[in-house]
Design a binder for this molecule. Structure first.
Ligand SMILES: [Ca+2]
Length: 285
C-alpha cells in the first residue's frame, strides 16, 4: 500500500506519475497524430498522410462549397483545426471532403477525431430517395467500410443517424448492413459543440473467419458494435485510404461549417479521453 512516509515507494510512484502523464487515448500503436498545428495539411507520419480535398475551387454543387483547409477560426486544441464549408441552397447538393492515405495497409485500424457541429446544422429531408451525406469512409481498391448520415427526427428536427455501409469480396452489402444506427447529430443536444468520435474497423482474417469488426464511440459512449463480421476480401484485405466528411446528397439550407481537430490513427485500441461512459442514449439498433 502506498504511503507518503514510505521512502522506498518513491521510485515506483514516480514511474506511476510518468505513466499517467502519457497520452491516455491509446495503448501504444499510434501511427499518426495531427492537431493541424503545422498550419497546413503537410503532416505525415508512419505512412499516413493527408491526400487531396474536394471540391476543386469553384466546382462544387454550390458556389460556397470549399475544399477543407486548415484554419485558425475554431480550434479544439492549439491554434488550428480543419475547416469544412458546405454551401447553402434551396435544392442543391453540397460537398467538402478531405482524403487521406495509409501506406502501411493495416487490416485493423482505429481512428479518432474531434468534430464540431455548428448551431445551424440541419440534416434536411430530401425528395430524392437514397439521399445520404458522407461522414467517413475507410477503404481499399476492393472493399470499404462507409458511414453516411441520414435524416431522422429522433433527437430533434434535422437530426441524423449513421448506419454501416460495407463492401467486401467485390460485393456492395448495402447502406444499412446489420441495421445498427449510431446517433450522429441530435439537434436537441449536439449543436454548437465538439464531439469525440472513435472508429474501429477490422478486416476478417481469412475467407472462413468471422473476426471482422466495425465499432464506433461518440463522446465515450459506444454507439455501434458490429463484431464477428465475415468481411474478407481475397485482394485488398486491408485499408489504404479514406476520407472525412464529403458529399452531402441532401445539401443544406444555410452555409454550414464543420471543423475537425486532433486526428489520430492507431493500430491498437483508442480509449476515449474521458473514459468509457454509460450508454445514454442507449445503443440504437
Ligand atoms: Ca488543433
Amino acid at each position: 500500500m502506498f504511503t507518503f512516509s514510505n521512502r522506498r515507494s518513491l521510485p515506483r510512484s514516480l514511474l506511476f506519475i510518468c505513466i499517467i502523464s502519457m497520452p491516455i487515448y491509446s495503448v501504444g500503436g499510434v501511427i499518426f497524430d495531427d492537431g493541424f498545428e503545422s498550419g497546413d495539411l503537410s503532416h505525415a507520419e508512419n505512412g499516413v498522410s493527408w491526400w487531396y480535398g474536394m471540391p476543386s475551387p469553384g466546382n462544387g454543387p454550390t458556389p460556397d462549397d470549399i475544399k477543407p483547409y486548415v484554419s485558425t477560426e475554431h480550434p479544439k486544441t492549439g491554434s488550428y483545426s480543419l475547416k469544412f464549408s458546405f454551401g447553402g441552397s434551396v435544392d442543391k447538393d453540397a460537398t467538402s471532403e478531405q482524403r487521406f492515405k495509409i501506406a502501411s495497409h493495416p487490416k485493423d485500424l482505429w481512428i479518432k477525431f474531434n468534430l464540431f457541429i455548428p448551431s445551424n446544422y440541419k440534416n434536411r429531408a430530401s425528395s430524392v430517395p437514397g439521399s445520404n451525406n458522407k461522414f467517413m469512409y475507410v477503404e481499399s481498391a476492393g472493399q470499404y467500410v462507409g458511414f453516411e448520415s441520414w435524416m431522422t427526427t429522433d433527437g430533434g428536427p434535422g437530426s441524423a443517424y449513421i448506419p454501416m455501409h460495407l463492401k467486401y469480396n467485390g460485393v456492395d452489402r448495402g447502406h444499412d448492413h446489420e441495421g445498427q444506427h449510431a446517433p450522429y447529430v441530435q439537434t436537441n443536444t449536439d449543436l454548437n459543440k465538439w464531439h469525440e468520435w472513435i472508429i474501429h474497423v477490422k478486416m476478417a482474417t481469412t475467407s472462413s473467419s468471422n473476426d471482422g469488426a466495425v465499432e464506433m464511440w461518440k463522446n465515450g459512449v459506444q454507439v455501434m458494435e458490429n463484431l464477428n463480421l465475415p468481411n474478407y476480401s481475397p485482394e485488398y484485405n486491408y485499408f489504404e485510404a479514406g476520407y472525412l466528411l464529403g458529399y452531402a446528397n441532401t445539401g443544406f439550407d444555410e452555409n454550414t461549417i464543420l471543423y475537425i481537430d486532433d486526428v489520430v490513427f492507431s493500430t491498437s485500441k483508442i480509449v476515449p479521453e474521458g473514459g468509457i461512459a454509460s450508454p445514454n442514449p442507449p445503443l440504437i439498433k
